[in-house]
Ligand binder design. Sequence first.
Ligand SMILES: [Zn+2]
Length: 178
Amino acid sequence: MTLQLLATTRAIRPVVELIPPLSDEFVVYGGADTIERARRWALDNRYLLVGGVPPCAHGLYLMSCPAGGACMDRGWADHINLWISIYDRPTPFLLSAPYGYEAPSEADLRRTREFHQYAKAHGLCVDVDYDRDDWYGRGTLPIRLTVRNQSVVWPLEELAAILLATQPVGWSDEDPAA
Ligand SMILES: [Zn+2]
């Protein structure tokens, strides 16, 4: 009975990995040049790549995606990854880089676009900033969906805080913790 309970819990809560930019396991979709741009961006901003959970809102809950990944089978979610900023407190965000999207107009900002609808459904904030997040490049539009800075602590935030308190992250080639 106990074993069954453990197995069920494992299926609901996958093993989360926080991957530093200098790790060999730091891989995003694209060629070596794309990965290197992502690595530099993550290093400069103190971002960790999140693995082990799906890069969709369900990953923020430490869940497998009930839609089997179809949750992110949307045009605006192309090249999406889940990240954690550790600059202040651990703050997770999803970042996609779809082709064929223009920077948001005023109408977009009134939440008429589909990524706004997805964000609203999950209580996330939409942020589009070429200058900050355009490491994928090639004319794509970087779309960031961030957990709101509020009193609610998301399960991934809580877990990241524990992991970071117990396991140091290295941020340079000279740092032995890298
Ligand atoms: Zn999902």
